[in-house]
Design a protein around this ligand. Structure first.
Ligand code: CTP
Length: 450
């Protein structure tokens, strides 16, 4: 019996996939088809797959060509599978010619002719018109957004807005890929389907509101607003107009953070009783974070990131939250500590722009703890540790670029209606974080009066 194996994503199953599977089956007597998981695709840089893995498996099954379907979830698995299943022939489409020659030492490698003019990528592009994203603000985040958006299919950054002509000119001279530049907000909005807000903190709410009212989807840098009521207003406008509103707490969207949340909630470390979440970055003395006594400082910069694991894992029903900050002479919080108390747990979120600490995330439970070292907000590595110090479980989730691509990809997925459930950062979690921001702003105002 000749055993054949082939692998693929099989997203939005099409004729090319069908033909490939048919020919693969004809090469032997028994066909094994490996279908990739979402995580594996993400790790390979395919971040816009539409169908979930079970749907893709189902489509492969329905062809009737596969005698066995397996899941491919890691690099190097092909060699394992070939040996494990006693495979005689490995095959894929001719778009891969040469890429799998290294498997020749284990079995025969056959590249089958690829069906011309069809691919999942094309279908995705036809089905979902490319979303024109406009940048509001052309500061530090804007060029990063432009380069990371290139990795997300189905979206392009077409316009940028800044009311300051000179700043816009500087950005324009360095970002030739962006087509249009505006100092007038209404004109800018007319040219886009969605906006990314990366303007100064105190302008996020107004820009988000105006954009939503004009029918544009909004991805805003954190914090979305300074009060719970404002944040709720934004979500209400968005849902009444069926628009997507996403708060850009980058860590929430990285694949590894989701994995950490799942591990933490799996019971592995028992009941979660304490979370310590730290994020510090020494900002330049002349930077906005260090000079703007009203809307700069560590809390507004990093507060949402450090609150995220706490709200995500311990929930929105804390019994109390209190703040301690160290200020400079302009009223900028250089370093702060936010303490949360829950009925059965407590947590601390520290952030700094003028004090440096080890920026780690530690989640302690009744059976063990999870530790993720700085920069945990990119989440490339975390460990589960126990009383027995020799027992350490390491996780190395995939992470590419600077992480923004995952946030942009989630935004695009939601706009296209393929990622309706925004479990990565829910509306409730975003509102809960803005309620804490509101409390922090009240604390800050009270301290300034002293
Ligand atoms: N394939 C093919 N002919 C096509 C498209 C795909 O023979 N027109 C083959 C690929 O070579 C591979 C298998 O189908 O062996 C699964 O490919 P997959 O990557 O899932 O499909 P694509 O359409 O190439 O997906 P994408 O556009 O996302 O790369």
């Amino acid at each position: 019996m000749t055993k054949v194996i082939t692998y693929g994503t099989y997203d939005l199953f099409h004729q090319g996939h069908y033909n490939l599977l048919k020919h693969a089956k004809e090469l032997g007597d028994y066909l094994i088809v490996g279908v990739t998981t979402e995580h594996f695709d993400e790790a390979r840089g395919k971040i816009n797959v539409v169908d979930d893995v079970l749907t893709r498996v189902q489509h492969v099954r329905e062809t009737g060509f596969a005698d066995q379907i397996i899941i491919e979830d890691h690099e190097g698995q092909k060699i394992e599978d070939i040996q494990r299943y006693g495979v005689d022939i490995f095959t894929v489409g001719s778009d891969w010619v040469g890429s799998f020659d290294y498997l020749n030492q284990y079995c025969k490698v056959v590249y089958l002719p690829r069906t011309p003019d069809i691919s999942s990528t094309n279908i995705r592009q036809e089905r979902f018109r490319s979303i024109r994203i406009g940048l509001i603000g052309t500061g530090r985040m804007a060029p990063r957004f432009v380069s990371e958006a290139k990795y997300v299919s189905g979206a392009e950054v077409t316009a940028a807005y800044n009311p300051q002509r000179n700043e816009l000119n500087i950005f324009q001279s360095k970002n030739r890929d962006v087509e249009c530049f505006y100092t007038e907000f209404e004109k800018f909005l007319e040219e886009v389907d969605a906006v990314y807000i990366a303007s100064p903190n105190e302008t996020h709410f107004d820009y988000a509101k105006m954009s939503l009212e004009a029918g544009k989807h909004v991805l805003s840098e954190k914090p979305l607003a300074f009060t719970k009521a404002e944040t709720e207003t934004l979500y209400e406008i968005a849902s009444s107009k069926s628009l997507v509103l996403l708060e850009g707490v980058k860590a929430a969207y990285s694949p590894g953070f989701q994995e950490l949340v799942n591990v933490a909630l799996s019971g592995k470390i028992g009941e979660i009783r304490d979370i310590e979440s730290n994020f510090t970055r020494l900002a330049r003395e002349q930077s906005r974070e260090r000079t703007d006594g009203e809307y700069g400082g560590a809390f507004l910069e990093f507060g949402p990131s450090v609150m995220l694991p706490i709200i995500k894992l311990l929930g929105e029903k804390y019994t109390s939250v209190n703040f301690h900050s160290q200020w400079d002479e302009n009223g900028v919080d250089l370093y702060n500590k936010v303490d949360f108390y829950y009925p059965n747990a407590f947590a601390t979120a520290k952030s700094g722009v003028g004090v440096k600490t080890e920026g780690q995330l530690v989640i302690s439970g009744t059976k063990g703890y999870i530790i993720a070292q700085s920069p945990w907000w990119l989440m490339k590595h975390f460990e589960v540790r126990y009383e027995d110090a020799d027992k350490v479980e390491s996780y190395d989730p995939a992470f590419r670029g600077d992480g923004l691509r995952y946030e942009i990809s989630e935004f695009v997925r939601k706009i296209n209606g393929t990622g309706k459930n925004g479990y990565k950062l829910t509306r409730g979690e975003s509102i809960a974080m803005s309620e804490i921001t509101e409390k922090y702003m009240a604390y800050k105002a009270a301290m300034a009066k002293r």
